[in-house]
Design a protein around this ligand. Sequence first.
Ligand SMILES: Cc1cc2nc3c(=O)[nH]c(=O)nc-3n(C[C@H](O)[C@H](O)[C@H](O)COP(=O)(O)OP(=O)(O)OC[C@H]3O[C@@H](n4cnc5c(N)ncnc54)[C@H](O)[C@@H]3O)c2cc1C
Length: 382
Amino acid sequence: MGFTETSNVLIIGGGVIGLAIARELHKKGVKHITLLEKGAVGQESSWAAAGMLGPQAEADEGGVFFDMTVASRDLYPAFAAELLEETGVDIELDRVGTLYLAFTDDDVTEVHERFKWQRKAGLPVEHLSAADARKAEPFISPDVRGALLFPDDWQVENRRLLAALKRYAEINGIEVHENTHVERLIVEEGSIVGAETETGTFHAAKTVLATGAWTSLIKLGIADLPVKVEPVRGQIVAFQTAKRLFQRVIYSRRGYLVPRADGRILAGSTSEKVEFDKSITESAAARLSEIALEIAPSISSLPVADQWAGLRPYAADGLPILGEIAGIDALFIATAHYRNGILLAPLTARIAADRLVGGTDSKYLTEFGADRFSLRRAGTGI
Ligand SMILES: Cc1cc2nc3c(=O)[nH]c(=O)nc-3n(C[C@H](O)[C@H](O)[C@H](O)COP(=O)(O)OP(=O)(O)OC[C@H]3O[C@@H](n4cnc5c(N)ncnc54)[C@H](O)[C@@H]3O)c2cc1C
């Protein structure tokens, strides 16, 4: 099927991925973009996230996924500057860096190994003594035994990012329909021609599925969508301080603290397979407080100001699903970003828009294609 700038694109899902793809398509000159969202835009996983842009802090090896996280992080300075100019919204990209602390023998070994491979790969990382770590962040625990400093692992205020992307859509005539739940994709002769919702049908030349943890609930005609994504709940607690106690994102092997510009300190997070239950729990609050106290005992005197949960979209191998399904035309899937959807949004948007408008290929489409699970099964006979 031919695709021109006057063709229309339907995007299903108004999280960071759907919204970023809408913006990128508009920047490429696509004139008619419609986005359907079952609730309110930007209120699900993308809202619940901690906003860390940290490809290096938790990485034990290189590879295509690691390359993708680094490449997407590197788009952030321009992404933030452009969004500020386009929308007037500052997404608070904070480039002070990330500290990864070691407390136990196992932590010390891990920190040592991570430093070794990343240095060898030429990545920016420094090994700090306990004293230097405490000089960098005076409020961390005296029990710290050493740390890694990742100067290029940053953070962003993800809720402001969502506000900026939503504003971009409003200013630029991207048609957003909230409270519009897509039940099925309409298939005609092997091609997706639109979507059916409770309130009516939307037709489009191309359709993008950016429906996060809910992707597998959508029908492909009368069949199930051959893409398996499941929700993994993550909870965060937030402490409130009058002024900022920490400069950097601070990790241990058990969790992390993210200091926000407004004095909040986020402590995360849990990974729970509880279907589509977004409840917050007391046991998670207790566990996250423990993680926070290990990193910085002074936090014990701070009030817990907030607690929330979100559903991360998870595929069986923990990697994103990007691209088409074999035998189904005019559909692009962008989901399963699991723990890294905020980080991966700018690059995902580019890959999707390049593919939809210009048919451009990418090593990431090859690696993270929607068909990889069925192909692997076919290849191994499982
Ligand atoms: C606690 C926690 C901490 C995290 N921390 C980080 C972090 O520090 N850094 C990072 O990069 N990532 C982080 N993540 C992961 C990140 O939040 C996700 O990977 C990302 O938000 C996924 O974006 P999305 O747009 O695919 O999903 P979502 O934001 O969930 O958006 C999907 C949208 O699709 C809509 N939708 C679904 N089905 C339908 C339908 N049938 N019809 C219409 N609309 C539909 C939903 O309502 C939703 O708004 C974290 C996640 C959690 C939960």
